[in-house]
Design a protein around this ligand. Structure first.
Ligand code: FES
Ligand SMILES: [Fe+2]
Length: 334
């Protein structure tokens, strides 16, 4: 149910523009491996335009592109069907006698593609515009030079968490637990002035500095937060994406369901200012992750108890979690 109602109907991260940097590049993406398992293909055509296509041949269903490569056109290895880089059918051997061929059903299925900065997203069954999901975040951080954010594989990591994906998100969506669970983070964040803002399909938590000499954003006057000592912007986009902006850059967290009580969280680091890397609220993401994992894994065990029903919400501290639950209810009962 959640797979179709929530994940297939929302926008999902599929990669960044550096993976299809030049015309002719094609990169396969298995969208949410172990869950949606949808074989997709990112391509950049000869005119430089980006496309998100199905990576499944329209003839007998072979997977077409197996690894990132540079191509003149897309050619299926099985029986030689060829497609343009924008997915349009190009040619097919031994099909001269076939009537009414080709039709548009012979083109590769094209999916919507949305770009924010250098990051790319698609929706398998789009019912809501990308704007509704991303525009509030985009406006807030519009001043940041995203082209200077560089992916750093050695600072990126996958964490397997023995908990349902939604429990992981619930934990992320409130700062209520910071003083109890994250001693290190609590030392740099001003918990009293920690805020949560709700948008239609996303929310934002803003962390302010506890003291004046902490590592903060150098905000330009164009920023709506100009004058504040912001240590981190914690954006969440429904249902499973987190965009954590720190003075050093961006940590994207993608929560990928595996089964009912297991998920994989991919941390992707994009560094903008190397000098600020090990400072402030985003100094030790691994430590914070271990603390969150520990508590979320205990909750996964706790909610299975026959005695646990549900809890209430803190009015001041859990608006983000409440908003998440409302969105889940809305998508599960369309
Ligand atoms: S499956 Fe692609 S050409 Fe046969
Ligand atoms: Fe946490």
């Amino acid at each position: 149910m959640a797979k179709e109602n929530i994940f297939a109907h929302s926008w999902q991260f599929i990669g960044d523009t550096d993976q299809v940097k030049d015309p002719g590049w094609a990169t396969p993406v298995n969208l949410l491996e172990n869950y949606l398992n949808e074989p997709l293909l990112l391509s950049r055509d000869k005119q430089g335009e980006l496309h998100c296509l199905s990576n499944v041949c329209t003839y007998r269903g072979n997977l077409i592109v197996e690894k990132p490569c540079k191509l003149n056109d897309i050619r299926c290895k099985y029986h030689g069907r060829r497609f343009h880089l924008d997915g349009k059918f190009l040619s097919m051997p031994e099909f001269k006698e076939v009537g009414n061929f080709p039709t548009k059903d012979d083109d590769l299925t094209k999916l919507p593609l949305f770009q924010f900065g250098k990051w790319l997203f698609t929706s398998l069954n789009q019912t809501i515009s990308s704007d509704a999901f991303f525009s509030d975040m985009m406006k807030r951080v519009a001043w940041m030079p995203f082209q200077d954010f560089h992916f750093r594989p050695e600072l990126s990591n996958d964490y397997v968490v023995e908990a349902n994906w939604a429990l992981y998100c619930e934990n992320y969506l409130e700062g209520f637990h910071i003083p109890f669970v994250h001693a290190g983070l609590n030392a740099v964040i001003d918990y009293g002035n920690y805020t949560t803002e709700l948008f239609p399909y996303s929310s934002l938590q803003v962390g302010l500095a506890k003291d004046q000499d902490g590592e903060v954003f150098d905000l330009p006057p164009a920023s709506p937060d100009f004058g504040k000592h912001v240590v981190g912007y914690y954006f969440w986009v429904f249902p499973n994406m987190m965009f954590n902006f720190y003075p050093w850059g961006l940590s994207i967290n993608l929560v990928k369901p595996i089964d009912i009580a297991k998920c994989k969280v991919s941390f992707l680091s994009y560094v903008w200012d190397e000098n600020k890397l090990r400072q402030g609220a985003g100094a030790n993401l691994h430590q914070v992750e271990m603390e969150d994992e520990d508590v979320v894994q205990h909750v996964q065990k706790g909610i299975r108890s026959r005695f646990y029903k549900h809890g209430r919400y803190s009015v001041t501290r859990e608006t983000g979690t409440h908003h998440f639950h409302q969105l889940i209810a809305k998508f599960m009962n369309p």
